[in-house]
Write a protein that binds this ligand. Structure first.
Ligand code: CO8
Length: 257
């Protein structure tokens, strides 16, 4: 499929998806959503891919949902189409996805980054939920995922004032896993993805599923889920290989990658 709003490349077992609407600071429109869903589904089904990096440009990861496309929506249309529901496919991707964020990650852009498993930010990154300035509120998880990530005080501050948070504040608040110089962003994210893609894929997917349960379950149910996942791994060749390699002082060669 010829892509209009994305660029894709692969490095070994890592797929890199670059949002590519430079004239609109990568604003998220329906074409981009369709292409991103199709591309993620393709990599999810590709045995040669073990992890995915989602990135934007130096100036913007994404400056939000496309305001020009949304401007004329009416309530019934938005409700009947369940507008934005299609984005849940990003969070539902089962292989690990790292967001590599430089520049603006605003509104839907911040929400898209939060749908990924973790965020590596350039020191130029700016995060915010400015929807209130447009007469709306975050519609793709901003009031929910941001609050879980950084707590009520800061989430309220960002969503109610619409102010931006720089990379240093985002890391201090727990939104971002690492901050690196802008010139090193993609290399750092790709290296992290390569590391993940070198492990057993079913284990990486179970790690992702289990950590995500922490946002969705009580502690007791989450601990039980984690323990059952742990038990199940003793049925895999990769557990035998990983522990065997440690005991034999050699590098593990996982089969299910
Ligand atoms: N939608 C559409 N076009 C945009 C968007 C956007 N979100 N952001 C920037 N653009 C366009 C501009 O209109 C401009 O186009 P043109 O040259 O044709 O006028 C071009 O990108 C460059 O933008 P600027 O000239 O404004 O660039 P600056 O460097 O001066 O400013 C800013 C950069 C500060 C990022 C500024 O562009 C801005 O404030 N953008 C809007 C940010 C915003 O409010 N985002 C939230 C949008 S609402 C939202 O995301 C709702 C979330 C709900 C879920 C979303 C699911 C997808």
């Amino acid at each position: 499929m010829a892509l209009k709003t994305l660029k894709t490349e692969t490095h070994g077992r890592v797929a890199i998806i670059t949002l590519n609407r430079p004239d609109a600071l990568n604003a998220l429109n329906s074409d981009l959503l369709g292409e991103l869903r199709a591309t993620l589904a393709q990599y999810a089904a590709d045995d040669k891919i073990g992890a995915i990096v989602l990135t934007g440009s130096e100036k913007a990861f994404a400056a939000g949902a496309d305001i020009k496309e949304m401007q004329s929506l009416d309530f019934v249309g938005a409700y009947m189409d369940d507008f934005f529901e299609g984005w849940s496919a990003v969070a539902a991707t089962r292989k690990p996805v790292i967001a590599a964020v430089a520049g603006y990650a605003l509104g839907g852009g911040c929400e898209l980054a939060m749908m990924c498993d973790f965020i590596i930010a350039a020191d130029t990154a700016k995060f915010g939920q400015p929807e209130i300035t447009l007469g709306v509120l975050p519609g793709m998880g901003g009031t929910q995922r941001l609050t879980r990530a950084i707590g009520k005080a800061k989430a309220m501050d960002l969503c109610l004032t619409g102010r931006m948070m720089d990379a240093e504040e985002a890391e201090r608040s727990g939104l971002v896993a690492r901050v690196v110089p802008a010139a090193e962003l993609l290399a750092t994210a790709t290296k992290a993805a390569e590391k993940i893609a070198g492990f057993s894929l079913p284990v990486a997917m179970m790690v992702k599923e289990s950590v995500n349960r922490a946002d969705e379950m009580t502690l007791a149910e989450g601990l039980r889920f984690e323990r059952r996942m742990f038990h199940s791994l003793f049925a895999t060749e990769d557990q035998k290989e990983g522990m065997g390699a440690f005991v034999e002082k050699r590098k593990a060669q996982f089969k299910h990658r």
